[in-house]
Design a protein around this ligand. Structure first.
Ligand SMILES: *Cc1c(COP(=O)(O)O)cnc(C)c1O
Length: 338
């Protein structure tokens, strides 16, 4: 293992030894190639550069206390990428190919998987891009699917803690029938301005309402939202949010812990009634929310300065499963290195 101060790493990019690539040409996927070059040799007219024909995924490899390395719900990431492919007319990457490439890239870079004690992990970034030279707006004929990895530090450096969010009414991340449910780079481009605005005002993240009526809760930046009240985990149902695998898992964990689960539209005013609230995604699992400000109405929805007991329980349980410390009764983890 590399001798690095893993715990001090941020969520940045660090060069590792290898990435894996697979090319789609003449209507089929080729062989998996191992590559040590960080750069792509890309045509300047590639569809990914001009028309956003690009999709990505994000998951992590965890070095566990039992010495094994596990990845979490890799088949779900493959399925979500397939859904994105159908959404923006790219050829699907099979679950088998996706999983094989994830395993391969993690094993090739095992020196770069941080220690368990550091709380850091190996972030895995699959990327699929249209590479054909084209100036007309059509789907590409050729594609490159690649996966690289980079060690990332622990999300909570000072321990599990809460952060403030701000509702942005003047910006939308995605339209009700747009690409919000697909993991494409364009959604992120659409969120940069509002995200920057939120940071400038001292908030951790921007909070979106549904684009059509500005009435219901959508997502927080690049994370799904949940609220908790009366022993019930409640998360938005919306056509413009990204189906988070963390959220899907937390819904199951909540049920396993004896909570009720509801997935339905959440009107903004309902925020007032939640005992706890949080953002969820692979990066943090849960990032508890201290308060959400609506600057237009002057309203502040508060959930306490510290993470609530149910958020803590959900967080500890999901992390315990990811690290092989709690029983994985739904078969969510895959051992990549034994
Ligand atoms: C990736 C992503 C999430 C989180 O999904 P996970 O699978 O839980 O990591 C949430 N919202 C957006 C917009 C995303 O791109």
């Amino acid at each position: 293992m590399k001798n690095l101060d893993w715990g001090s790493l941020s969520f940045g990019y660090m060069k590792t030894d290898y990435n894996v690539r697979c090319y789609y040409r003449d209507g089929k996927w080729g062989e998996i190639e191992v590559c040590s070059d960080e750069y792509l040799n890309l045509h300047m007219a590639a569809t990914c550069l001009h028309y956003g024909q690009e999709a990505f995924e994000g998951l992590k490899a965890y070095r566990c206390p039992d010495g094994k390395v596990r990845v979490f719900r890799v088949d779900e990431n493959a399925k979500r990428l397939q859904s994105t492919c159908r959404g923006i007319l790219m050829p699907e990457v099979s679950t088998e190919l996706f999983t094989e490439m994830v395993k391969k890239v993690v094993r090739l870079n095992q020196e770069w998987i941080p220690t368990y004690e550091s709380g850091a992990t190996l972030y895995i970034r699959p990327l699929l891009i249209g590479t054909s030279a084209q100036v007309g707006v059509h789907p590409s004929k050729e594609y490159c699917f690649l996966i690289f990895v980079t060690p990332v530090g622990p999300y909570f450096k000072g321990g599990f803690s809460s952060n403030p969010y701000v509702i942005v009414r003047d910006y939308d991340r995605s339209a009700p029938l747009g690409t919000g449910k697909y993991k494409v780079g364009g959604n992120y481009a659409a969120s940069l301005f509002a995200n920057n605005l939120a940071h400038e005002k001292g908030y951790a993240c921007e909070f979106y309402l549904d684009a059509k009526e500005k009435k219901y809760i959508d997502e927080c930046g690049a994370a799904n939202f949940f609220g908790i009240k009366n022993n019930t985990y409640i998360t938005p149902e919306s056509t413009s949010i990204l189906p988070s695998i963390t959220n899907k898992s937390l819904m199951q964990v909540a049920e396993d812990l004896g909570m009720k689960v509801e997935r339905r539209p959440i009107p903004e005013e309902e925020l007032e009634t939640f005992e706890e609230a949080g953002a969820c995604g692979t990066a943090a699992v849960i990032s508890p929310i201290s308060y959400i400000d609506d600057l237009d109405t002057g309203k502040r929805y508060s959930f306490g300065d510290k993470p609530g007991p149910q958020s803590k329980k959900l967080f500890d349980t999901l992390r315990g499963i990811q690290y092989g410390e709690l029983e994985d009764k739904h078969g969510w983890t895959t051992v990549v290195i034994d």
